[in-house]
Write a protein that binds this ligand. Structure first.
Ligand code: SAM
Ligand code: SF4
Length: 326
């Protein structure tokens, strides 16, 4: 699918649930959010049907996200069904890792291609301060389990908040010890993220190079589907990456669309632009009708975000990241 800006839309992020077992301060309020009624969340076969129609239109890679995707039962089964769709080349998962220990083997058997594990710190108290839960060991166990499957690409994602206890060098050092990539994701002013400044890429690079020596831009084979750019560090087994949506805007290359757990197709993180696919499915719409609605949404995909300017309030997304899927 080529949109009106000439971007090839081939990547779909599916948020399979709005539930989560953590309460990260920049993502979910302490008391949680008003949960979507179960009946309004798409069933496995509905997600798979949409994915099949989208594969026919050119989607090649799918990422499962949430909320926390692994709190929804049956994710290995969904991975397997998505992998069987003609045209779908890669199915990956973004998780906080807590439930990975017990599900990793099944996920690998289902054919999962890649895993992103979110981990902002290796310090127990700081982990609690950020996630409001004492579950660091669960996430670390998830990483250890994932490392047993070298055929599944492993990336650790960290949002630098600018609090020293977070010890970004400690997180980066995971890529020194193990064959995984560590990526720093710039805080985005979405939902609760608006209350935080986070750290810019240049500040993180300065901090890391003081400890590990220079970070050299990586120009080898492309790693993954997205806008991350990577650096090599001498002595490291994995790479260090940066996804800097604000300071290094990449909207002109944006290849992605998002499907919320309720079946709303979102074409830009910042805006509500998109279409409700659930109503098409549940009103007996045919695949042809579904295809037409998806193409309509793509044709209106915004050119890009204007986080640094004042966006028009009425079209700006009010959902939190856990409701969108990141
Ligand atoms: N629960 C899973 C996890 O944490 O990986 C999947 C959903 S979570 C919303 C996906 C990613 O979005 C996480 O890596 C999280 O750190 C990131 N995220 C959440 N809010 C953010 C924000 N305001 N700015 C940048 N990244 C954010
Ligand atoms: Fe949950 Fe992921 Fe949001 Fe943390 S970032 S609250 S783990 S959805």
């Amino acid at each position: 699918m080529i949109d009106r800006c000439g971007r090839n839309i081939d990547y779909l992020r599916i948020s399979v649930t709005d539930r989560c077992n953590l309460r990260c301060i920049y993502c979910m309020p302490e008391g949680g959010l008003q949960l979507v009624e179960c009946g309004r969340i798409l069933r496995e076969e509905e997600f798979v049907r949409i994915a099949r129609v989208m594969a026919g239109l050119g989607i090649r890679k799918i990422k499962l996200t949430g909320g926390e995707p692994l709190v929804r039962g049956g994710i290995p089964s969904m991975v397997k069904l998505l992998k069987e769709i003609p045209g779908i080349e890669k199915v990956t998962l973004t998780t906080n890792g807590i439930l990975l220990g017990e599900q990793m083997e099944e996920l690998a058997r289902a054919g999962l291609d890649g895993l992103n594990i979110s981990l902002d710190t290796l310090d127990e108290d700081c982990y609690y301060k950020i996630t409001r839960r004492r579950n660091l060991q669960g996430t670390l166990e998830g990483i250890r389990e994932a490392l047993k499957y070298p055929e599944i690409t492993l990336k650790v994602n960290c949002v630098p908040l600018g609090i020293p206890e977070q010890d970004l060098c400690g997180v980066a050092a995971l890529a020194e010890k193990d064959l995984l990539h560590v990526r720093f994701i710039e805080m985005m002013p979405i939902g609760l993220g608006q209350e935080f400044h986070g750290m810019k890429e240049e500040e993180v690079i300065r901090l890391l190079s003081e400890q590990f020596g220079p970070l050299t831009p990586y120009e080898g084979e492309r790693l993954g589907n997205g806008p991350c750019h990577y650096y090599t560090v001498e002595g490291f087994r994995g790479k260090i990456g940066f996804i800097s949506a604000i300071s290094h805007k990449f909207c002109s290359e944006c290849n992605r669309i998002r499907l919320t757990s309720q079946g709303y197709l979102k074409t830009c993180l910042q805006y509500t632009a998109g279409r409700d696919l659930r109503s098409v499915l549940r009103c007996g719409g045919t695949d042809e009708e579904l295809r037409a609605v998806i193409l309509e949404a793509i044709s209106e995909k915004p050119d890009g975000h204007v986080f640094l300017e004042k966006a028009k309030k009425d079209h700006t997304e009010q959902l939190c990241m856990s409701q969108i899927g990141g």
